[in-house]
Design a protein. Sequence first.
Lengths: 115, 110
Amino acid sequence: DTGVSQNPRHKITKRGQNVTFRCDPISEHNRLYWYRQTLGQGPEFLTYFQNEAQLEKSRLLSDRFSAERPKGSFSTLEIQRTEQGDSAMYLCASNLPDSHGEKLFFGSGTQLSVL
Amino acid sequence: GIQVEQSPPDLILQEGANSTLRCNFSDSVNNLQWFHQNPWGQLINLFYIPSGTKQNGRLSATTVATERYSLLYISSSQTTDSGVYFCVGLLGAAGNKLTFGGGTRVLVKP
């Protein structure tokens, strides 16, 4: 297993364009999380899936943002009509809660720059 | 208000020194974890430590959930320990919204 994989690694877009990021979690993990991190800050929770169900969304996730996990495996995060304030690192994480706990594993992130 | 407070915010160490990082929570905490974010941005899970003490090489962590704090100990620091250390936990009845602290930025000088 290669861990949590995110693509693309970097994305540069113009304001107003739509962008989509992909996350492939560790294969047996049923939970998947999206976080956003801006420079000098800790990651902020965006949303969380258990299998294909989106169970929680932060109020940071405006109506321009949508996340899906259609088959309970990979997930996509789409941002419509991007704004300069959307520039950030978008991080995906996954875990499989079991008797040993709920240790979380992160991908390398997608760095978004909106010009 | 602040829900996860980490101290100190910045730490400069001479290689070989020991240090203690602290994380305080404003509410009851579950699923507490410590992460190291390296200079390339990758978050590495150091410990899953909802309570008690664990050790992994030169690092160890202690969580006292009843008193709402956790400590991360770095012994014999190395330059590769540089980066940002985050504590993360589930606060109160926060569902599965794991909340990050603001981090402690560590620089280990050779």
